[in-house]
Write a protein that binds this ligand. Structure first.
Ligand SMILES: Nc1ncnc2c1ncn2[C@@H]1O[C@H](COP(=O)(O)OC(=O)[C@@H](N)Cc2c[nH]c3ccccc23)[C@@H](O)[C@H]1O
Length: 332
């Protein structure tokens, strides 16, 4: 079902094969034939290899295949934990530069800042923020009648709530919201380089665990050299027993576009220490042009602000009729 919906939405069979099944949606009629991609990223901290391979890279492909695509810099979500206002403000511009450098094209996607779109006061603190977070995420998605949401595996529980709320609303007020479907890539859970049982995360206190897109080649090489694997020196792929090495193989395949089999074939004769260097080099090569483009874009803050301003206006236009209809249905 999920594949069927996505093919319909994007009209591209070949592309969709790159995705795992995702979370299947019930066959809710797509009101007014709207098929829409929506996703979001927090502006706190520089995106890492997990954000890139689990989400951003697929966003770049999706904007080429689908005609209605929105990406939100979810600054409201980021204030569920304390933020320095000046740092947050700069981080919003920085992540705009990162997304554009990764290939998000403002002519093809609506790139916007979440807080500029929402007019209600949503300031949250501490625990309340953490409780209301998934509801805010559901609102993000449903506000645009989004049909598909490309995310990493860690967002699947939040997606369940969004789906549940859409279904409840439809049951009470009639079929209105498409029940949104998650799109997961083969890299839906990139693991930490220090603890391959955990996901790679921005907030990991161990700086060696996470490779950021702006890391220098030396930093990337050091992080991979120090990556935790196991005591077997051969390079094999078995995610259930050899988490660390398999994470390397997954990353290697993803950044080079090779299959797992090709990667394993190429690594015959290498021990894991040598293999880590090969993977690091592939990641360095992948990130080099992105890193250069980030530097270039960060010099032009005016352009970054303009992109967000234009994106916000477009997002407002899309959300307006949905809000109006919801109010009418509810009886406001
Ligand atoms: N180790 C990893 N492996 C694979 N994918 C990963 C990894 N780490 C992160 N991701 C994915 O990166 C995207 C952005 O992450 P955020 O934590 O900012 O993502 C978040 O904090 C969201 N709650 C932001 C959000 C707010 N509203 C939304 C509406 C739709 C979709 C997303 C949102 C995500 O897709 C995330 O799954």
């Amino acid at each position: 079902m999920a594949l069927h919906l996505v093919r319909k939405a994007c009209g591209c069979r070949r592309f969709i094969r790159a995705f795992h099944g995702g979370i299947s949606a019930d066959p809710v009629p797509q009101n007014n034939g709207i098929h829409r991609i929506f996703s979001g990223i927090q502006p706190t901290g520089i995106p890492h290899l997990g954000n890139y391979l689990g989400a951003i890279e697929s966003w770049v492909s999706l904007q080429e295949k689908c005609s209605s695509v929105l990406f939100s810099i979810v600054d409201l979500h980021s204030i569920t934990v304390p933020q320095d206002p000046a740092v947050l403000h700069q981080s919003i511009l920085d992540i705009t530069a990162v997304l554009l450098a990764c290939g998000i094209n403002p002519e093809k996607s609506i790139l916007f800042q979440q807080s500029q779109r929402k007019n209600a006061s949503l300031k949250q603190e501490g625990t309340v923020g953490l409780f209301t977070y998934p509801v805010l995420q559901a609102a993000d998605i449903l506000l645009y009648k989004s049909t598909h949401v490309p995310v990493g595996e860690d967002q699947v529980t939040h997606m369940e709530l969004a789906r549940d709320l859409a279904q409840r609303f439809n049951k009470k007020y009639g079929e209105f919201f498409p029940v949104p479907t998650s799109l997961l890539t083969t890299m839906k859970r990139v693991k930490s380089l220090r603890d391959p049982s955990a996901k790679m995360s921005k907030s990991d206190p161990d700086k060696l665990a996470t490779v950021r897109v702006t890391d220098s080649p030396e930093e990337i090489m050091m992080k991979f050299r120090k990556a935790v694997t196991d005591f077997t020196s051969e390079v094999t792929y078995d995610p259930s027993t050899r988490l660390g090495v398999s994470n390397m193989v997954d990353i290697h395949a993803a950044v080079t576009g090779l299959t797992i089999e090709e990667v394993i074939c190429q690594s015959v004769g290498l021990d894991t220490a040598q293999y880590k260097v090969v993977v690091a080099e592939a990641v360095i090569q992948k990130f080099a042009p992105i890193k250069n483009e980030i530097e270039r874009l960060k010099m032009d803050e005016g352009y970054l602000r303009k992109v967000l301003q234009v994106g916000t206006e477009k997002a407002k236009e899309l959300a307006k009729p949905v809000c109006q209809e919801v109010k009418k249905l509810v009886g406001f």
